[in-house]
Structure formats: structure tokens, C-alpha cells
Ligand binder design. Sequence first.
Ligand SMILES: Nc1ncnc2c1ncn2[C@@H]1O[C@H](COP(=O)(O)OP(=O)(O)O)[C@@H](O)[C@H]1O
Ligand SMILES: [Mg+2]
Length: 291
Amino acid sequence: MWLVGPGGWPRPRTGIPKTACRRLESPGRSFDERTDPRRGTLALGRILCVANQKGGVGKTTTAVNLAVALAKSGSRTLLIDLDPQCNATSGLGLTPTSRHPLVSRQPLRESLCDTRTPNLQLLPGSRSFQDVEVLARGTAGEAATLEQHLLSGMNAYDFVLIDCPPSLGPLTQTALSAATEVLMPIQCEYFAMEGLTQMIHVIRDVMQRKPGRLEFGGILLTMYDASLELTREVDEEVREFFGDIVFDTVIPRDVAVSEAPSHGCSVIDYAPRARGTRAYIELCMEVLDRE
Ligand SMILES: Nc1ncnc2c1ncn2[C@@H]1O[C@H](COP(=O)(O)OP(=O)(O)O)[C@@H](O)[C@H]1O
Ligand SMILES: [Mg+2]
């Protein structure tokens, strides 16, 4: 359902209180308890699902640059490219796999690649993800198997970032089920919040199926241009609506950010002094602080 906000642009009625959506408390065991290494189970770090069903909002750019910044800060980091377009893979100068382990059910670790950034590994994307969308359509059992398979490769990292496709299909839902946090980039434009209601319903479904595990980690304003009235309006409305889950850091529109992928690297390596680089390093610090 859509309302028109005071700024004159539509806002969704999500039914989610401004700040209450960060964590739904679990009535049962917490995720940390289940994964405590001292109890001999899998030790998992934070798993951030970078998702928004809209394309072109800065998901891949954020996944790549945040992953590089986290790795440079000394965190063992894995970036998973879950988009059949494989932009995160090519953006880091690497090649997509022909048949993805999620499709072939091979161990994920056999497909992991080192990147030019120490501490950062990549699970490359694959066009065969289209098979996953078909495979997983419908059955809950199939979705659970995919999620388990995805989780099996994640236990050696402090951070796992998952770059999702621009849809709410099985791949995004699998990523959300496996994740501990959702990071949602929003482009500062008129239709920024369009479709968000649907996205938030899917996130809430996963939160309710896995109580206590998935947190709404944060909303990130991207392609920010402070000189535009519209950008300031979107900023104000999003912060008013979502409260403190919106990151203080905003990512400015910066040509260096869009040039970096064609050089097969992050903006941090491509243009260390760029405004975009400073912003992604600040975002990294905010993510580390929010632990
Ligand atoms: N901060 C930014 N400044 C300038 N261009 C950007 C910025 N963030 C993303 N872009 C560009 O916008 C386009 C869409 O970004 P992308 O990360 O691929 O979005 P998504 O993964 O959500 O589809 C890309 O061409 C990218 O280079
Ligand atoms: Mg993308």
C-alpha cells in the first residue's frame, strides 16, 4: 500500500516500526549458541546479504567495495557472487564458473578463488544460476538444501558478503535464509522506496521462519548527490521512516566508483583518494562498529 509522504513522493506502509526491525528476538537458541566453536559446531562470522529487488541501485558496487575494505581491515572475508550477471566476479577481474557448485552440488571450497586483495576470497558467479532459479522454484525442501549447501562453505570467515540478483526469487531467498544481516542499498531517486514493501515482507518471512537469526543490518543511501533537492528529500524520508537502521555513511555519486570495475578492481585500489573510496572505508568502519 502506498502513501504520499510529506516530500511528495510515495512511501510504503510496511507495518514495521521505525527501529524495531533490527532484530526479532529468538524464543529458542541463538545463532551464536548454535555456532559456538567451543561446542564443536560450525563457527560462522557475520553473513551480510546485499539485497534489493531493484537493479542498478549499487548492490554489486557495495558488495565488492565493502568486501575489499573489510579484507583490508584484517577481516577474513568471502564475497559470494549470486547474480547470474556475475558483475561482482568480473568487477574483481575474475572469471565466472561454467557450472556453479550450487547447481552441481560440488563442495563450494573447490570453486573459491583468491583475489588480488589478501584476506579476500571470491565464490564466482555463474550463468548456470538460471538453473538454480528453476531448480528451487517452489519446493521448501529444495530451498533448504540450497541454503545448507551455501552455508557449508562459509565457516572460515569473519565476514561473508552475498551479492544478490535484482529479484526476490529463490537465489535471493536462499541468501536471506543463510544470512545473519540484510544490507539494503537504496538509490537516492524518486522511486527509491518503490517495491520495498514486497522486499520487507520477504525479509520478515525469513525472520519469522528463523527467529533470532536474521537482522535488518542496515539501509545504505547510494549515488548520493547532496546538491540535489531530491537527494536530500529521499535522505530525510528514509531516515524518518527507518530510523537508526539507516547507515550514517552515504555513498556519493563518484565517477571513480563506476570506472573501477572496468579495471577489474575496487574503487579503493583504483582511486585511493576518491570520495567513493573514503565513503566505502567509512561504511566498513560503521559495519565493524555495529557488531
Ligand atoms: N557511488 C556511485 N557513483 C557512481 N556510479 C555508481 C555508484 N554506485 C554504483 N554506480 C554505478 O551504477 C551502476 C549500477 O550499480 P550496481 O552496483 O551494478 O547496481 P546493482 O548491483 O544493484 O544492479 C553501475 O554502472 C555502477 O558502476
Ligand atoms: Mg548487481
